[in-house]
Design a protein around this ligand. Structure first.
Ligand code: GLN
Ligand code: ZN
Length: 767
């Protein structure tokens, strides 16, 4: 009677981002497909060997990808949008990458967020397609692991229902009727894949159906039941681990009853609900409980004592040979190993666990559960000592932060006067024209900007020379903005690579990893900062840049900050205290920054909250708490100023129609929102609910290099003015211009100002 362990998926990037480089070299034509395949194979085998040496019993295979696992699934089943061609054989690399990256004649497939994390998958398009099995990739990779390494792996397959639900037809995500229509066409192909796997002696497959965590009504289970019944009856010899992750199962009773041999549950991101279900409702005696006990989307070492206690609780529900220990979700979403973090404070390092360390924890816990803690005593002792050291360190015991937190409860965070009063004083002070023009913050990060920053980072450019360069760039752009006739200027954000890193460098409690890359999409990695300690404000962050820019012009220059929730959502956040508490610490720090900007004479301060919408919890019942916390931290940040200081905010990446109440509750004087991707829904949402404060609905899309015409921008403005009063409206692009080329940015802004001027003139003649 033994408990065993299993993993769900391993990071693709490679310890030194070998995979990323492989893909990019191939795209640049620097290596041929034979070399590509040989190198990719070496990386796959190295990853498998590593998992084997870390003591994993059921090692996932076929979780590797040349880009993205949803893309892999759609090309395997022949669901290739017809604009890329018609295929009756396995795709070669060029055809495969055409779908992900587009060609001269076919636009790339859309990409979107994978559930609530910062990984982006290729969205299947189920228009005009006939499913056919072009490649049993699962069999190929299973066989490879077996032949080359003697690993009897567990093929990971995206389940048919989730695959369909993640895709679109006619531009809309498939609804229940669409799933019901396509599933019977797809199932025979899954059946064939499984039959071939069983014939090759595969014992277990991991069938991922993450969309199960979003089901709430029993009727929604019909397609899952249909799929699993068909597959089980067709291939009874093959064991299916039905894997769920990222939240709990509302339909627990019905789901654990489905005809599969193991159920994978997330016991980390489930708000305690899955454990509750297990303890109160029990678990079928004939099935294996695959218990996700290690956090697969954060970077912290587990408390092994607590985890062992959890395992012991699970042992009261199922017997030992029906219990597997697993990460809660694929380790794809964490960096690979902490061993390359050579410069980290050892106190922090002891508290970190990336993918390899998490597998080690799993191994240790499995031994402890089977043989008693004594068998792994030193690992347990080290773990307890490391966690105690981090928790007791000065990083997590900042008295100033404790005191500020203690006073939060007896304060209210509201502006001094209501908006109607504030805006009058702001208008008097700023004296802006009707329909004021502005931009969202960043200007093009030209190759020169990036080269200078790289040189400075490597120590090849002195602080002083770098500073001089940044100033020159800001000055050049202040003059350009004046020449364009923009009313409210920005300094351009040339000092920032992204919206979070720069703040992390100047606040306490942040660690910038050396090698903590995670895949964001395709070959793209991000290196989120790690918030490991109390966040405190020790020096001004952006004041010098704003003050310098303001010194160059008589027009107002906006201060430019990132709001607390966005900082949190794009970081790895400590898990020893609630996220909202970390968010409020950041808010208290930024409140001081806002006040310092005001003191330095900055009259307008923009606090960006682009991640608000995308960070919404998976289950709607958790939305309100999340949104309330967002509003609270935003108001801590922004309410410490005088009435005549104007607070702006900006949001993008999504459709905001369903969180309009939250947008109002932020009580920002001016908000700018991206509109190009919400197809006018946001405008009609304002039409229905009304909006009193000032607002800029992006008047052109910045995501494309195309320069919008004056007429087109004018039409966009006129459309918004049918819903929003002309005295409330601002004219700005959809988002920052960081990714654009300078000539494009200038041409588009020129047209934007011309469109505004044309409308101003029309309004003047009317009066
Ligand atoms: N101020 C930021 C910029 O312009 C905002 C970016 C964003 O909304 N994602 O780059
Ligand atoms: Zn934006």
């Amino acid at each position: 009677m033994t408990i065993i362990n299993s993993s769900l998926g391993y990071p693709r990037l490679g310890e030194h981002r070998e995979w990323k480089h492989l893909l990019e070299h191939f795209w640049k034509g620097q290596l041929d497909s034979t070399t590509f395949h040989a190198t990719a194979k070496q990386l796959r085998l190295a990853n498998l060997k590593k998992q084997q040496s870390l003591g994993i019993d059921y090692i996932p295979v076929a979780d590797n990808s040349d880009y993205d696992h949803v893309l892999d699934t759609l090309v395997a089943f022949g669901a290739i949008p017809t604009r890329f061609g018609h295929f009756d054989h396995q795709l070669d690399l060029n055809d495969y990458y055409a779908i992900a990256r587009g060609t001269d004649t076919a636009v790339a497939a859309e990409m979107t967020k994978w559930f609530n994390i910062n990984y982006h998958y290729i969205v299947p398009e189920f228009d005009d397609i006939t499913f056919k099995l072009l490649d049993n990739r699962w069999l190929r990779y299973y066989q490879e692991a077996k032949d080359e390494l003697g690993i009897d792996g567990k093929p990971v397959i995206l389940g048919p229902v989730s695959f369909l639900k993640l895709g679109k037809r006619n531009g809309q995500y498939l609804d229940d009727a669409g799933v019901a229509e396509l599933l019977p066409q797809l199932l025979p192909l899954y059946q064939q894949v499984l039959t071939e796997l069983a014939a090759a002696d595969v014992k277990w497959i991991q069938l991922d159906e993450p969309t199960l965590v979003k089901t709430t009504a029993a009727s929604e289970l019909a397609p899952y039941r249909q799929a699993l019944t068909t597959l089980h009856e067709a291939v009874p010899a093959l064991n299916i681990e039905l894997q769920t992750y990222f939240d709990s199962l509302d339909l627990y009773d019905q789901i654990v009853d489905l005809p599969v041999q193991a159920i994978g549950l997330d016991l980390v991101h489930d708000h305690g609900e899955n454990l509750d279900h297990l303890l109160t409702r029990g678990f079928p005696a004939d099935k294996i409980l695959a218990a996700g006990i290690i956090d697969g989307h954060n970077v912290w070492a587990s408390d092994l004592q607590t985890k062992l206690a959890l395992v012991q609780q699970l042992q009261t529900v199922v017997d030992d040979n029906h219990l597997w220990l697993q990460p809660a979700n694929s380790l794809l979403h964490v960096p690979i190993t902490t061993v390359n973090e050579t410069k980290a404070d050892p106190i922090l390092l002891g508290g970190l666990a990336f993918a390899d360390q998490k597998l080690q924890e799993l191994h240790t816990l499995t031994i402890a559960a089977n043989q008693g803690v004594a068998a792994v005593q030193s690992a347990f002792d080290t773990n307890q000592a490391n966690l105690a050291a981090l928790n007791q360190s000065s990083h997590r015991n900042n008295q100033r932060v404790r005191e500020a937190e203690a006073h939060l409860a007896d304060q209210t965070f509201e502006r001094q006067a209501p908006f109607a009063t504030r805006i009058k004083t702001q208008h008097e002070r700023l004296n802006l024209p009707l329909l004021p023009t502005t931009t969202i913050g960043s200007f093009p990060q030209s190759p020169t900007v990036r080269a200078k920053r790289a040189a400075w980072r490597k120590g090849n450019l002195s602080d002083e020379d770098y500073q001089t360069f940044l100033h020159a760039e800001t000055k050049r752009w202040i003059k350009l903005q004046e020449k364009l006739g923009i009313d409210v200027l920005v300094h351009g954000e040339f000092e920032r690579t992204d919206m979070v890193e720069y703040f992390g460098q100047k606040l306490t409690g942040f660690y910038a990893t050396q090698n903590g890359w995670v895949q964001s999409y395709g070959s793209r990695g991000v290196r989120p900062p790690v918030i490991f300690g109390d966040v405190d404000y020790t020096e001004p962050i952006t004041v010098a840049e704003s003050v310098y820019a303001q010194s160059l012009t008589d027009k107002p220059v906006k201060g430019m900050l990132t709001a607390p929730l966005t900082i949190i959502n794009w970081s790895f956040v400590r898990d020893d205290i609630p996220r909202a508490q970390v968010q409020n610490q950041i808010a208290l720090a930024l409140r001081q920054e806002v006040q310092n900007l005001e003191k330095a004479g900055i009259k307008i301060i923009q606090v960006d909250e682009p991640a608000l919408r995308e960070g919404l919890p998976l289950k709607q019942r958790h939305w309100q708490a999340y949104l309330d916390e967002a509003v609270y931290s935003f108001k801590i940040t922004t309410t410490g100023v005088q009435n005549d200081t104007q607070i702006h905010t900006h949001m993008c990446y999504s459709n905001f129609a369903d969180i309009i109440d939250t947008i109002k509750a932020l009580d920002a004087d001016v908000i700018s929102i991206e509109t190009s991707r919400s197809h006018g829904e946001i405008i009609s949402a304002f039409e229905q609910t009304g909006y009193d404060q000032e607002i800029g609905l992006g008047v052109y899309d910045i995501h494309s290099p195309r320069v919008p015409s004056v007429d087109e921008i004018e039409a966009n403005i006129q459309r918004a003015l049918r819903v929003i009063d002309v005295h409330q409206f601002w004219i700005n692009p959809d988002c920052g211009l960081k990714t654009r080329q300078e000539p494009e940015a200038l041409a588009a802004l020129k047209n934007m100002v011309a469109a505004r001027n044309a409308i101003q003139a029309q309004l003047a003649t009317k009066n």
